[in-house]
Design a protein around this ligand. Structure first.
Ligand code: ADP
Length: 179
């Protein structure tokens, strides 16, 4: 685990399973229909139980780059934030849409008065975003948000694989040492 203080907030990077996190919210890498799918989304739906799919069906859908909130049901986390990342195309708008997922989630967490939130590496699985590029977008966006945030928020990036964790550790190190 790697941890950085940014203002009066903390950014942590861990290798693990997001469904097991005890933060107030966990973020789901959702699809625009908010339907239970594979990857991290499937894992979150399995761990939360069938009520999560019902809550998502009631919301109906969510545009790319935006976030919708449900309860966490059987999860330790009280809330699931469903963020819809872009399908990677190598287009200029990919990075802005990915950054928007992180920024909108962080804004909502602060608005709701939450103390902590966990993110997976959104779009880096089925949606094909290259892991290093995605890590740069995600960590830059989170760090920028936390620099001006006075809420005392704990933000945890949860990487499923060791190589993905190592990439995030490197990118964060470069970011924090100003290189
Ligand atoms: P997307 O469709 O946004 O690409 P995926 O679920 O396919 O979403 O993958 C997003 C990332 O989540 C991938 O890096 C994948 O390794 C990771 N992942 C899969 N399962 C879990 C889990 N249980 N906890 C944390 N991360 C996970």
């Amino acid at each position: 685990m790697v941890s950085w203080q940014i203002g009066n907030n903390v950014l942590e990077i861990v290798q693990g399973d997001i469904t097991e996190q005890d933060t107030d919210a966990i973020v789901n890498a959702a699809n625009s229909r908010l339907a239970p799918g594979g990857g991290v989304c499937g894992a979150i739906h399995r761990a939360a139980g069938p009520k999560l799919a019902m809550a998502c069906a009631q919301i109906g859908g969510c545009p790319t780059g935006e976030v919708r909130v449900t309860e966490g049901f059987n999860l330790k986390a009280k809330y699931v934030f469903h963020a819809v990342g872009p399908v990677y195309r190598g287009a200029p708008e990919d990075a802005e849409l990915l950054a928007s997922c992180y920024r909108e989630s962080l804004k909502k967490a602060v608005e709701m008065g939450l103390a902590s939130i966990s993110f997976p590496a959104i779009s880096t699985g089925i949606f094909g975003y290259p892991i290093r590029e995605a890590a740069e977008v995600a960590l830059n966006c989170i760090a920028e948000f936390l620099r001006t945030c006075s809420a005392g928020l704990k933000v945890r990036m949860v990487l499923f694989s060791k190589p993905d964790f190592e990439v995030h550790r490197e990118v964060l190190h470069h970011l924090m040492s100003g290189r």
